[in-house]
Write a protein that binds this ligand. Structure first.
Ligand code: NIG
Ligand code: FE
Length: 473
């Protein structure tokens, strides 16, 4: 039986199946801290011994590789088939083999004899969709900014507060003071909030420490959180979020710190992060500065995301396209040239309706983006300043009502398109071979999810083949 350690010790391959460390140990059963796998050996057919980087030796069950479950619904299933449609099935039995989807059968099909003992998960007539993917979050922060919310409600703008030393910098002060333990607990709690709303994978950024050790600590805390609860967290360095106070008069020195010290230090820890982001905006960084960060990130083989066009168009879409970024995010302000550039490269536009609503920004040009064929994803932008929400279904509602996105595109935006936008194209579909990440909603029709404004219709969540939320009927 084949067994090998893959992905810088965050997973093993077991008889051809890819299993993450947290899946092997049983989701949420125990916190793995920042450990990675150094060694994996069979003990007997059911147990593997793992040698971890922190010296621990733990026995892991190989159960996720062999347990077969059958998820059954008589309601709609959105398979998000390859053809660009929702791939709606009317009922079905989704056979899960460990952490993967094995096949999809008709709901009343007589299953083969080898499935006679499979565990049945009966979801009644609920809507079943791929696990939702939130491609843009700042879920790790300490403190909150209700006071600023009050100021915004009384008429101050986001940028006015930012320029007066509030905004991002006030969260930086709170987050810098946090221990690794406090940071990881905050990230775990917020990841669980996303999960409660149906998210099984997300992206999360650093960017609230803006100093060498603090940014690395944020990424480390996110890695611990990834290992300690069900939601997969794809990690992004956002050191270029804004200029920290101590570099107020010397932003280029701060950029040198990012490019020459921080990025090399972050990539030196295997598996710590996969992408780099920057905030292109007045009061944050300009196009030349972002380019400099992106070039350093590319030299270290990081994927790119960009915050651009939130309050003004500084040419971010063109830069993102030119540098083949995975995504360019916000885009309330983007020119026709910017849209044409995105259409050529396939960079995903991640729209963030929570931030647009909170900051009273106009809607992004959805019709133009769609007409040009730019893939659209939706994110919560979960952060304490511009979007204090962990509800991706609410973002779907806002995108449909405020931005004029169709219900069908809203579903693609939180499944297949979001998967591509975080560099995990294997996610976001219910097809044979895909990861077994599913959500069941108390809904008879897929349009009900965006239609209900602020209701949580999630009835059950399956992550890597295991039921992590919800009860059976
Ligand atoms: O995406 N715009 C920059 N970053 C966040 C806000 C972060 C904050 O205000 O703390 C955003 O909206
Ligand atoms: Fe953001």
């Amino acid at each position: 039986m084949e067994l090998s350690v893959v992905d810088a010790g965050s997973a093993v391959e077991l008889n051809g199946a890819y299993l993450r460390l947290k899946d092997l140990l049983g989701l949420g059963d125990r916190s793995l801290g920042s450990a990675s796998i150094r060694r994996a050996e069979w003990r007997d057919p059911n147990w593997i011994e793992l040698g971890l980087s922190d010296g621990r030796r733990v026995l892991a069950s190989s159960e996720p590789a062999s347990v077969t479950r059958v998820v059954r619904t008589r309601g709609q299933i959105l398979t998000m088939g390859a053809a660009g449609e929702l791939g709606i099935r009317s009922g079905g039995a989704i056979v899960l083999n460990g952490a993967r989807i094995d096949r999809i059968c008709d709901v009343d099909e007589v299953l083969p004899a080898e499935l006679a003992n499979a565990e049945e998960i009966d979801l009644g007539d609920r809507l079943v969709t791929p696990g939702l993917i939130d491609p843009h979050t700042h879920l790790l922060f300490l403190g909150q900014r209700a006071e600023e919310f009050g100021m915004k409600a009384a008429g101050k703008s986001y940028l006015e507060i930012h320029r007066a030393g509030g905004g991002i910098l006030s969260t930086v002060r709170a987050t810098r003071a946090g221990s690794l333990e406090a940071l990881s607990q905050a990230a775990i709690a917020n990841a669980r909030r996303l999960l409660a709303a149906g998210v099984t994978s997300c992206e999360a950024k650093s960017g609230y420490a803006l100093e060498l050790k603090g940014e690395l600590r944020m990424l480390e805390a996110l890695r611990i959180a990834d290992n300690s609860q069900p939601v997969d967290i794809q990690r992004t360095l956002l050191a270029a979020h804004t200029v920290p106070e101590e570099f107020a008069e010397a932003s280029d020195d701060y950029l040198a710190l990012i490019c020459e010290q921080l990025i090399p230090a972050a990539v030196a820890t295997p598996g710590l992060l996969s992408a780099c982001d920057a905030y292109l905006e007045q009061g944050a960084f300009d196009l030349q500065q972002v380019r400099r960060v992106f070039e350093a990130a590319r030299r270290h083989r990081l994927d790119l995301h960009l915050h651009a066009g939130q309050f003004s168009d500084l040419g971010g879409a063109q830069l993102a396209a030119e540098m083949n970024a995975l995504s360019v995010d916000h885009l309330e302000f983007v020119s026709a040239e910017g849209i044409a550039a995105l259409a050529k490269t396939g960079t995903t536009a991640i729209l963030l309706p929570g931030a647009a609503l909170t900051c009273r920004c106009p809607a992004p040009p959805v019709a133009e983006l769609v007409a040009a064929g730019v893939p659209i994803a939706l994110g919560t932008d979960f952060n304490p300043g511009s979007s204090m929400t962990a509800s991706l279904p609410l973002m779907m509602s806002l995108a449909c009502t405020m931005f004029g996105l169709s219900c069908e595109l809203a579903w693609r935006a939180v499944t297949v398109n979001a998967a591509r936008a975080i560099g995990r194209p294997e996610l976001g579909r219910i097809v044979a071979g895909a990861p077994a990440d599913l959500v069941a909603f108390d809904a008879a029709d897929y349009r009900e999810v965006p239609y209900f404004l602020g209701a949580n219709l999630v009835a059950a969540v399956v992550k890597s083949g295991q039921v992590v939320i919800g009860a059976q009927r």
